[in-house]
Write a protein of this length. Structure first.
Length: 286
C-alpha cells in the first residue's frame, strides 16, 4: 500500500545544528525521511533544505505540523509543510500560440504533471483554438486594450481569489503584466520566454535570430517580477543550430524547447524544489 508523503521546505540564516534539529524532530513523530536536499549559500550565509517524508506506522502529520513552530523560531526559518497528495490549483493564461497550452493539458491528462487546472484565460476568443480539447476546463475570454487593461487585471485577480489559485502559468501569454499585478503574483507566476545570445525582443524573434546568425536557440522559464523578463530563473535549455536552419526551422525548434522548459519549471515548482532568494534561485532537482 502506498503511503502518503509530505514535503518540508526550509530557508533560514545558516548556522550549526539545523539539519540535526529537523531530523530529530521528524524522528520524534515517527516520520521516515524519503528524500533530502540541502544547500549552504556561503555568499549570503543562507541555508536551504527540502525534506520529503512519510510515516511507517501511525500518521501524526497534523501534530507534527502544528508543533514545528518553536524550531522555526529558534532558527529564524521561513518554512512550510504540505501533503503531496493535495494537488496545486493552476490557472493557465495564453494568447494565440497554443503549443505550450496543449503540451500542459496533455501532461496533466496523462498524469505527467500533477496539478488541478482551474481555468484557462486568453485575451483572444475561444474559437481561435480550434482543435484544442480543453477537457471541460473553464475558458474565459478577457480581452485587453490600453483602455481596459486595469479592469482586465482586476478581473484576473478576482478569478485567482475566487478559485483559490496556487500558481499562474503564462503559457505564451503575450501581454505585459502591470507592476502591481506582478507584485501580487510574486513567487506564484511562471513565464516562458525565448532566450537567445544576444537576446531578441519584439516581433519575430526567431527571424531576428536568423538574421544575426545565432548558433543556439533556447528558452528560459522564470518567475514573473516587475522587471519584464528578468525574474528569478527556474530552468533553461538550448539547442545548437547552424547556417542550414531557416527561420521556420528555428521557430519549430524554439517551440519544442519552450514546451519542455516550461513543463520542467512547473514540475519543479509543484514539487517544492525551487527556493527564491533575491534574484537567484536554488533548485533541488530530483
Amino acid at each position: 500500500m502506498r503511503r502518503n508523503t509530505y514535503i518540508l521546505t526550509v530557508s533560514c540564516p545558516n548556522r550549526a545544528g539545523i539539519v540535526a534539529a529537523v531530523s530529530q524532530y521528524l524522528f520524534r513523530f515517527g516520520a521516515n525521511i524519503v528524500e533530502s536536499h540541502q544547500f549552504d549559500d556561503n555568499a549570503v550565509a543562507q541555508f536551504f533544505m527540502r525534506v520529503k517524508f512519510d510515516f511507517v506506522a501511525e500518521n501524526r502529520f497534523e501534530e507534527l505540523r502544528a508543533e514545528f513552530a518553536p524550531i522555526a523560531r529558534q532558527f529564524e526559518m521561513n518554512w512550510k509543510i504540505r501533503e503531496t497528495a493535495v494537488p496545486r490549483r493552476v490557472l493557465i493564461l495564453v494568447s494565440k500560440l497554443d503549443h505550450c497550452l496543449v503540451d500542459l493539458l496533455y501532461r496533466w491528462r496523462t498524469g505527467d504533471l500533477a496539478f488541478e487546472p482551474v481555468g484557462i484565460i486568453s485575451n483572444h476568443p475561444e474559437d481561435i483554438f480550434q482543435g484544442v480539447d480543453f477537457h471541460g476546463i473553464q475558458f474565459d475570454h478577457i480581452p485587453v486594450t490600453g483602455d481596459t487593461k486595469q479592469k482586465q487585471e482586476a478581473r484576473l485577480l478576482e478569478i485567482i481569489d475566487e478559485r483559490g489559485v496556487d500558481l499562474v502559468v503564462l503559457a505564451r501569454y503575450m501581454q505585459i503584466l502591470s507592476s502591481q499585478l506582478a507584485a501580487n503574483l510574486a513567487g506564484k507566476c511562471i513565464n516562458i520566454h525565448h532566450s537567445f545570445l544576444p537576446g531578441f525582443k519584439g516581433a519575430r524573434p526567431y527571424h531576428q535570430a536568423y538574421d544575426r546568425g545565432v548558433k543556439v536557440v533556447g528558452a528560459t522559464a522564470h518567475y514573473v517580477t516587475q522587471d519584464l523578463d528578468e525574474g528569478p530563473i527556474i530552468t533553461q535549455d538550448v539547442e545548437p543550430i547552424s547556417h542550414r536552419h531557416d527561420p521556420m526551422e528555428l521557430v519549430r525548434l524554439g517551440r519544442d524547447i519552450e514546451r519542455r522548459v516550461l513543463a520542467k519549471a512547473i514540475r519543479l515548482h509543484l514539487e517544492d524544489r525551487v527556493f527564491v532568494h533575491g534574484m537567484r534561485t536554488v533548485v533541488f532537482e530530483g
